[in-house]
Design a protein around this ligand. Structure first.
Ligand code: G1P
Length: 288
């Protein structure tokens, strides 16, 4: 069994990048074909050996809790109608893991969201997955971070090289010339200007964190916009020599971005056994 038993997934964000669909619906419930983005992220955590999921949620996000809960009326109806496959699909979602929910009452930033999960996590290392980032299923993104944690005993950030004009969207770490294996982080900067960025290696929403991070988070001063930045607490870990970066070679989609979301849907659909061939034929027909 993995030594990383718990995964924290913050889902309290308002999803303003995706209005109007997010007006009355959590952005995490947007589908990739027929499965909500949040389920893809939960399944990635489970593939990495996690056995319990802590969702940091907020007002208006009940659809997420309902999705992972028993749907009694639906299950009863499917059972009576003999719809065995559908019943398995519905029950399979609930059986994925154990789920716990904590509320982030105010939108005070990612650092604050992670701190809200402190009591649910306790004094053990945990995985943190940000719901907007989804990786192609054949690449075990989180698994390589777990392996890096087991080898180094240090907290791990998953990183990918991004174009220079995108560095101001991410937390950026220092990087060696040969950035192909795990390296020590000595600097991490949140959303730098391209000229100030220590490299083009961006943190891409996957972390393994030691419980020490909670002490740094609890001591944080609020940053820009009154928000508590996770990156500031990670910089404290880096200064203690307790943070490494692990490159993630997998294809990534930022599903909080409309174009990336559309691309993810196309690629996930093309890989589906039941849809892929017909969908490809259709695409060839329309893209002439
Ligand atoms: C957050 C983090 C940032 C990280 C990014 C990954 O930013 O603050 O360090 O690189 O997620 O997606 P956000 O996208 O919430 O602005």
């Amino acid at each position: 069994m993995s030594i990383i038993r718990k995964a924290v997934i913050p889902v309290a964000g308002l999803g303003t990048r995706f209005l109007p669909i997010t007006k009355a619906q959590p952005k995490e419930m947007l589908p990739l074909v027929d499965k909500p983005v949040i389920q893809h992220v939960v399944e990635e955590a489970i593939r990495a050996g996690v056995d319990s999921i802590v969702l940091v949620t907020g007002r208006g996000k009940q659809a997420i809790e309902n999705h992972f809960d028993v749907a009694y009326e639906l299950e009863d109806t499917l059972q009576r109608r003999g719809k065995t496959e559908d019943l398995q699909t519905v029950r399979g979602v609930t059986a994925l893991s154990q789920f716990a929910y904590v509320r982030q009452g105010e939108p005070l930033g990612l650092g604050h969201a992670v701190l809200c999960a402190r009591h649910a996590v306790g004094n053990e290392p945990f995985a943190l997955l940000l719901g907007d980032d989804v990786f192609a299923e054949e690449h075990p993104a989180l698994e390589s971070l777990v392996a890096a944690y087991e080898r180094t005993g240090k907290s791990v950030v998953g990183v990918q090289e991004v174009p220079l004009e995108h560095v101001s969207r991410y937390g950026i770490v220092n990087a060696p010339k040969d950035a192909t294996t795990v390296w020590d982080v000595t600097r991490i900067v949140e959303k730098p200007k391209p000229a100030d960025a220590p490299s083009r290696f961006a943190v891409v929403g996957r972390y393994i964190l030691s419980p020490r991070v909670f002490e740094h988070l609890a001591a944080l001063e609020p940053g820009v916009g009154g928000e508590y930045q996770l990156t500031d607490a990670l910089m404290e870990l880096a200064e203690e020599g307790q943070l490494v970066a692990c490159p993630i070679p997998a294809k990534r989609f930022d599903t909080g971005n409309k174009l990336d979301y559309l691309k993810a849907n196309v690629e996930f659909a093309l890989k589906r056994e039941d849809l892929g061939a017909d969908f490809l034929a259709y695409l060839r027909e329309v893209v002439k």
